[in-house]
Design a protein around this ligand. Sequence first.
Ligand code: HSE
Length: 440
Amino acid sequence: MRHSERVIRAGLIGFGTIGTGVVKLVQRRRAAIDAMLGAPLRLVRIADLDIKGDRGVRLAKGMLVSDARRVYEAEDIDVVIELMGGYEPARKFVLGAIGRGKSVVTANKALLAVHGREIFGAAARQRVDIGFEASVGGGIPIVRVLRDGVVADRMVAVHGIVNGTCNYILSKMSAEGAQFADVLKEAQARGLAEADPSFDIDGVDSAHKLVILAALAFGTELHLKDVYTEGIRHVAQMDVGYARELGYEIKLLAIATRHGDSVAARVHPALVPAAHVLAGVRGAFNAIYVEGEALGSSMYYGLGAGMMPTATAVVADLVEIARNRLQDTSARVPPLGIPALRRPQRVPMGELHSAYYLRIMVRDRPGVLGHIASILGRHRISIATVIQKERSAGGTVPVVIRTHEARERDLQMALARIGRLAGTQRAPICLRIADDLGGD
Ligand code: HSE
């Protein structure tokens, strides 16, 4: 086989879980990648503050350094892979690499969601590539799907299960009756969770990914503050059980919907009908369920977190970028597929409509349920189902109510009043029911 004289040299910043996976994959697939490219692709340097820890991979002597400048400023490096995560100094390193004409591969959704305009703008001006396939959906090639595969269509809705940690926790709570805190520890041990797992369980990681998905699907620039964000801390084992009884699975959904020229973006736990394809997405799996005017519904499914699945997306970007550099071209300019994202009108959360699951802890005495029903009625909220099984004379029992579709603002006002009733304890739990997913 003939190789070109040119070698594409990559440097890696961040030698954690995903970085280790990238090194393993590049080593394991070296011959195949060189054959695909017709030129050698080499990882020449890795920077990490920890240069002592054993990651179970062999590196050439002197390859691991502690100073990131030896990667992003290095003359002998064409592509910088940024896998350190977080906003700073990742932003500085990425902009430093771009400013020196290097292409960048990153899995850093937080960085792109918050500083995307600056980073993508710099890459477009320098005509270098930014590969960010690993930033959403781990190993699922959803960036390529939205940027290229469905580009002919007008997208109207994206519903994503895009946080592996939360999906792992909720799946285990549903299938095994496991408790939240125990399963979170397991997810961390499996290398799924963020360095700060509150980003996972408070929905922030999903919101970061939704900003990127909305840009690709709708050509819109959302800011993180445009995304209504609610995590899964308040979802109790009993909610998962009641949801199942009502015919649903609870999933943390990242949802972007088009309403004329406006966009609504939100992350929250939702009851997904058990028969819907999204309800079957379990464990660390992710799925992005996309609705287009011409294509209709399609779903992209795979492992959304973890070392080797995420590494496949990073290395795929590396190969694509190496191919472009060998041809002295850039296929990712503009990086998001269109030159300028549109800042859309945002639909306020209070204007959205949904059916709701409510769990209200009430004192077990006559008349309390009547008060709750009357407050809901006064706010134009109609009740579909009520479950109250437990009895605890004088004590506290859960009352579960499934409502018909109502306006969010009305529901929140009613909940505030219910929470102030003498017979209710604790803030009521309110979860939205995703009965309008379509596609099945
Ligand atoms: N913490 C993330 C998750 C990693 O659990 O999905 C992948 O982005």
